[in-house]
Design a protein around this ligand. Structure first.
Ligand code: FBP
Length: 343
């Protein structure tokens, strides 16, 4: 790909990927390009969050029974408003909205399904810690574009995603995405004065084994024996490193995941008994685990619920939660082995 005076832009990159796919119609390019516009708007708002009345909560709780932050709502609204009119989607699913988001009748519909977490790490918004947007894209299973979208069409296993990725709003704004199938995982950094995402991390591959473990040990007492054994494995010396892994935990999934993607390591949000109503952990399968599982898989890593691949789970509901072990393949396989008792 020809490098221009400012480097390789995300649009250039998406178009070059499109040219490699003979069936491509440009629909996917339009979809991704509009999502990027939404992320730029969110990034601008996040960057000035401390200056305007956008910090703090709305006083409402969302479908997850969690406090809604003002920026959550803003991000959700921006994505829905940007994406609903492009004519490439048949519906959307958001962490912030209980049911499927339909495409208003006045707009044309398309063959893609977008699921997203508009602002991940919302508990970190007020304290200026990196937060992000996570997304996964599927194709409809029903070939009749006019047919009404049924929830079951959206509840596809993560392996069916045609693309996935995330934006991080941190020291700089970054986009990382993949279209799978060996096309690789690529990172782009927003160049503020140009307002364009430029290729900064090409073909990201995660180290096979890491030196970092990320988990909220504050939940230790709510874990079962096997889960405690996993964390003790990484923080002890009887492991592949013969010394403790380094503990790092930001509390924003995108930030913890991204660090480990570049440096190697394992992020864990195990099942816990903290909230008997949520025995399967905190993180959402469709809008958090699946997109990151596609990214890490394409980068040579692995994502498991402790018993098997996240990407193979058939979702039973839109806001289903799963235990998540994700990152360097050998580290996640260790965790899986300790849970299944093979280790
Ligand atoms: P949301 O902010 O999108 O609800 O995401 C959940 C999350 O904030 C993740 O980003 C993070 O990994 C996790 O929850 C932190 O949970 P805890 O505070 O229990 O460690």
């Amino acid at each position: 790909m020809n490098k221009t005076a400012i480097g390789i832009t995300i649009t250039q990159h998406i178009l070059s990927q499109q040219r490699q796919n003979p069936e491509a119609t440009g629909a996917f390019t339009t979809l991704l390009s509009e999502l990027i516009v939404a992320a730029k708007v969110i990034s601008r708002e996040v960057n000035k969050a401390g200056l305007v009345d956008i910090l703090g909560g709305t006083g409402d709780v969302n479908v997850q029974n969690e406090k809604v932050q003002k920026l959550d709502l803003f991000a959700n609204r921006v994505i829905v408003e940007r994406m609903q009119h492009i004519g490439q989607l048949c519906c959307m699913g958001s962490e912030e909205v209980a049911d499927l988001i339909e495409i208003p009748a006045q707009y044309p519909k398309g063959q893609y399904i977008l699921v997203f977490d508009p602002l991940d790490g919302s508990s970190n918004i007020d304290v200026n810690v990196s937060i992000g947007t996570i997304f996964g894209i599927y194709k409809r299973t029903n070939t009749d574009p006019q047919a009404e979208v049924m929830l079951d069409e959206v509840l596809q296993p993560g392996i069916r995603q045609v693309a996935a990725g995330y934006f991080i709003y941190g020291s700089s704004t970054l986009m990382v995405y993949t279209t799978g199938g060996g096309t690789g995982v690529h990172g782009f950094t927003l160049y503020p004065s140009v307002g364009e995402f430029l290729l900064s991390h090409e073909n990201i591959m995660i180290p096979e084994r890491g030196k970092i473990y990320s988990v909220n040990e504050g939940n230790y007492q709510y874990w079962d024996k096997k889960t405690k054994k996993i964390v003790e494995y990484f923080k002890g010396s009887e492991n592949s490193l013969c010394r403790p892994y380094t503990a790092r935990y930001v509390g924003s999934l995108v930030a913890d995941f991204h660090r480990n993607l570049l440096k190697g390591g394992i992020f864990m949000y195990p099942a816990d008994l903290k909230d008997p109503k949520k025995p399967t952990g905190k993180l959402r399968l469709m809008v958090e685990a699946n997109p990151l599982a596609m990214v890490v898989g394409e980068a040579g890593g692995y994502a498991s619920d402790g018993h098997g691949p996240i990407l193979k789970i058939k979702p039973s509901e839109l806001h289903q939660r799963v235990p998540l072990y994700i990152g360097s393949r050998k580290d996640v396989e260790i965790a899986e082995g300790l849970i299944s008792g093979e280790k």
